[in-house]
Write a protein that binds this ligand. Structure first.
Ligand code: MRU
Length: 350
């Protein structure tokens, strides 16, 4: 991989602290915030300092390290009790991205095996770093698998930000786009601006510009007429949770794109690591969909844009049924025409 196409990383563990690139300030400012308290990390996830399913999971893993450090400082005898509340705060930070719960469960399973009379920090930090590195490696693997599905010189559309910023690094959907660009498969990217947080115009456009990948932003309402031109070959998106039958929760608006894609004969690719698959849920109707505040819709960067007091609905995600998806790309393999049966190809053996 051309290193020039792998320039952004939003999460660092440096000087015994967690450092997060504040995604609320991008692209105008590149501010880094430092964290040494798990409750503050939980607030950072809720407040969108860090966002995107795999990035939330990696951040929560480091949050557990900070919780363990504080619990050990509070009580070397009872740290396994003191760690519970801050971990619960991390788990309550956002409801839809299953990577959050996956990472917390992995860290919890580990700390429960540790001796009560030894500091757990070093062991948990090694595990959090492993989760982080595994995520980056999965993204590179998915980049190659996804790129292989795309014909030369294709035009693609992406929604929200499923890039380096949304992961440990490199990105899921943008990982495929980065690799596809390097392979001569992707020649142009359209990015939906993605109301109300504008992850597309603020974050995806910023990432692609940095890597010199041609990008055009558009209001998401422009997607249907773009597809009608016949110019678009693939829609490539990430996911917050995929159920056992291949239904996909992702940023609100993805379902609309999938329906439009079916009508216009545009192919739909979902790119997500296996940590995004919730094997406990049979289908998408049981996925908890986060409802965020009305102010996110009625204001832009603190500026009121709708009449005072008007009602606003703000579901952060929607669910695309598996039968509207052409391919789910994971690091464990590609599922074409996903279904309960097809998903079994990558289901871990018990
Ligand atoms: O609300 P956000 O910005 O956390 O939503 C992010 C998305 O919907 C992404 O598409 C998804 O998490 C995949 S990120 C690789």
């Amino acid at each position: 991989m051309d290193k020039k196409l792998d320039t952004i990383q939003p999460i660092f563990w440096r000087e015994n602290q967690l450092q997060l690139l504040d995604q609320r300030a991008l692209p105008q400012q590149e501010d880094w915030l430092n964290y040494d308290d798990a409750n503050e990390v939980a607030a950072a996830i809720t407040d969108m300092v860090v966002r995107g399913a795999p990035a939330i999971g990696v951040t929560a893993a480091y949050g557990v390290v900070l919780a363990a450090r504080k619990a050990w400082q509070q009580s070397a005898e009872a740290w396994q009790q003191a760690i519970v509340d801050p971990i619960n705060a991390l788990a309550s930070s956002r409801p839809t991205a299953v990577n959050l719960f996956w990472a917390i469960e992995r860290m919890t399973a580990l700390y429960q095996t540790l001796p009560a009379n030894e500091s757990p920090e070093a062991t948990l930090l090694a595990e959090a770093k492993k989760i982080h590195q595994e995520d980056i490696a999965a993204n590179h693997a998915m980049g190659h698998l996804g790129s292989a599905l795309i014909d030369a010189d294709s035009t693609v559309l992406t929604h929200c930000n499923a890039g380096a910023l949304a992961t440990g690094g490199f990105g899921t959907a943008l990982g495929v786009i980065r690799q596809g660009f390097a392979d001569g498969k992707v020649k142009h990217v359209y990015a939906d601006e993605t109301r109300p947080w504008l992850q597309g115009s603020r974050l995806t456009a910023w990432e692609l510009q940095k890597d010199n990948i041609p990008v055009t932003i558009q209001a998401e309402g422009a997607a249907a007429s773009l597809m009608a031109t016949g110019e678009l070959d693939w829609i490539i998106v990430g996911a917050d949770r995929i159920t056992a039958n291949g239904d996909v929760a992702n940023k609100v608006g993805t379902y609309m794109l999938a329906i439009l894609a079916k009508y216009h004969g545009v192919k739909m690719m979902v790119v997500a690591p296996t940590s995004t698959i919730d094997w406990q849920l049979q289908d998408g109707k049981d996925i908890p969909i986060e409802q965020r505040s009305a102010e996110e819709v009625t204001t832009i960067q603190g500026q009121q844009i709708a009449p005072e007091g008007v009602a606003a609905s703000n579901p952060a995600f929607d669910v695309t049924p598996a039968n509207l998806v052409d391919a789910i790309v994971t690091e464990a393999g590609v599922i074409l025409s996903p279904s309960l049966e097809a998903m079994k190809q990558i289901e871990p053996k018990q």
